[in-house]
Design a protein around this ligand. Structure first.
Ligand code: BG6
Length: 520
């Protein structure tokens, strides 16, 4: 298949980037849970990349907070994390300069008496570096500490300072179900105004996810056909080859529906389904997302299926089943795969099925949205005699490859040349991010950290959004918790998931698209 790519030169890109620079005021980023994996693997490498791009003012300070008393080991550990996970050369001179910004403060998250000391330490750093009142508190701890940290920041008057911008970034999981999410929202909003709260979902930091909005609303030709008159159904898949990677205890409490579907997959769905916002700002974008989610009627239990992987072969390697993973209950009923069929009851989408699935230890790592269009009203070309190269006219399919191999492909039928009859074969128009822009997209955290420092909430979850998605999934989670599945494990590691996921589509005559990452 031939594709034509418009190539954007590095000069054009750096010109564009320069024109759009948004640099935050000098402030302090305080990371609670700083000795954890997220800080080392994602946050510090992302901050270092911001530094390299000249987007952190030179006075900007980063304070890691955790329980263990750590001295200079913290900075050394973070340096090693940046090298390992940020793909940075250990001799890079910018590394030492960056590490000078980083300090550590030991504190018990739920001990209110420790917070006056933290406040004094931040004031000392601010005075030393000439920083104003801007503070961003990043909660990267276990979720049970979110509420005590927030409360203690409030008690010390750190949430509403006299000057400067203060915000709080809250990692997922934001709640465990509807009640706990509501309660957490109440606790957060008792201390911080909603416009100070940044509920992070790293999917929204991905370039390919943001590009869904540009694709739809920055081009004139797609929106007129983006509706029930032209679209047959939509599939969203978040497939991983990884297992639980040592996170057994966390995953036992989470499962695929909570871990990925309620948040990442629903974010993708909202970008596909929302109405055009009146502008690209936080209020307009988040309002439209919430409206789309609210139009989803309760999902009947039979439209939600679950699976758990048994042993199998992934990428040529033998792997154990979920129940044999470290620190997992050998009779666990936790799902490592979930698939949902839902509808959106509004004028745009009534009658169009949306199929969502997410799972671990599947055949291939691929996050993809595929939008299948309706067939032409009359198929005049598929009544040819058999024996030709292609006789099947396949419906048009738009595939948005979120990761890896980022891009967008449109499948359409073309006449096979030099055949006596009108043989039709599916071909693709393909846009490939790497070929067009030559750059691999950042991990999402860079963009989101910068936005939070700048106070831009567009790519963060709103209180209402979190509650509406939990309200959709809580009844399913409750029903699943009440009854352990009879046949778990029900799919082999390295397969496309359990048979029940295929049956979910059968009634409508649809099948999962398993040629993920492929171009048709
Ligand atoms: C996280 C989940 O939020 O997202 C993980 O907790 C999952 O279980 C990860 O692996 C997937 O993120 P990405 O960016 O690799 O698709």
């Amino acid at each position: 298949m031939a594709t034509v790519q418009m190539k954007v030169s590095p000069e054009d890109l750096s010109h564009l980037a320069r024109g759009n620079e948004r640099i935050p005021e000098p402030g302090i980023l305080v990371v609670f849970g700083a000795s954890g994996d997220l800080t080392k693997r994602k946050l510090l490498p992302a901050l270092f990349h911001l530094e390299q791009s000249g987007l952190l003012p030179k006075e900007f300070a980063i304070v890691g907070v955790a329980r263990r008393p750590l001295g200079s080991e913290f900075a050394a550990d973070m340096r090693a994390g940046i090298v390992e996970f940020g793909g940075v050369d250990t001799t890079d001179p910018e590394l030492d300069r960056f590490v000078e910004r980083v300090s550590y403060y030991a504190l018990s998250f739920d001990d209110a008496s420790h917070y006056a000391g933290l406040k004094a330490e931040l004031d000392r750093i601010a005075a030393e570096r000439g920083i104003g009142g801007d503070r961003l508190f990043y909660l990267a701890t276990a979720p049970e500490y979110f509420a005590p940290i927030i409360e203690n920041l409030g008690v010390q008057g750190m949430a509403q300072p006299e000057q400067g911008r203060v915000g709080v970034v809250i990692e997922k999981p934001f709640g465990h179900d509807l009640d706990s999410a509501r309660e957490l929202n109440r606790q957060v909003n008792a201390v911080f105004h909603e416009n100070q709260v940044f509920r992070i979902d790293h999917y929204l930091g991905k370039e390919t996810v943001q590009n869904i909005l540009v694709f739809r609303f920055g081009n004139g030709i797609f929106e007129p056909i983006w509706n029930r008159n032209y679209i047959d159904h939509v599939q969203i898949t978040a497939a991983e080859t990884l297992g639980v990677e040592g996170r057994g205890p966390f995953y036992e409490r989470a499962g695929a529906l909570r871990d990925v579907v309620q948040n990442h997959v629903m974010e993708l769905l909202s970008f596909v389904a929302m109405e055009p916002p009146s502008s690209f700002d936080a209020e307009a974008v988040r309002r439209e997302k919430v409206k789309a989610w609210r139009a989803i009627p309760p999902v009947p239990l039979q439209n939600a299926v679950r699976g758990q992987y048994g042993p199998g072969v992934v990428d040529g390697q033998k792997v154990v089943g979920y129940r044999d993973e470290e620190r997992v209950n050998p009779e666990s009923g936790t799902e490592t795969f979930a698939a949902i069929k839902l509808g959106i009851e509004n004028w745009r989408w009534a009658g169009v099925p949306f199929y969502l699935r997410a799972g671990k230890r599947l055949k291939k790592r691929a996050t993809e949205i595929s939008i299948q269009f309706k067939q032409p009203p009359l198929l005049i070309f598929n009544r040819m005699q058999s024996g030709g190269p292609c006789q099947d006219i396949q419906p048009n399919l738009l595939t948005i490859r979120i990761q890896p191999d980022e891009g967008i492909a449109l499948r359409f039928g073309a006449k096979v040349p030099n055949t006596p009859n009108m043989s039709v074969c599916p071909v693709n128009m393909d846009f490939d991010y790497a070929a067009a822009f030559g750059a691999s997209s950042a991990n999402g955290y860079e963009r989101l950290l910068l936005d939070a420092m700048l106070g831009d909430q567009t790519l963060f979850a709103h209180r209402d959004g979190v509650e509406v998605t939990w309200s959709l999934y809580t009844p399913i989670l409750q029903a699943w918790a009440a009854k352990n599945p009879e046949v778990f494990p029900n799919y082999f590691a390295g397969s496309w998931g359990p048979d029940c996921a295929d049956r979910l589509l059968e009634h409508s005559g649809h099948v999962w698209r398993n040629n993920l990452g492929g171009k048709s």
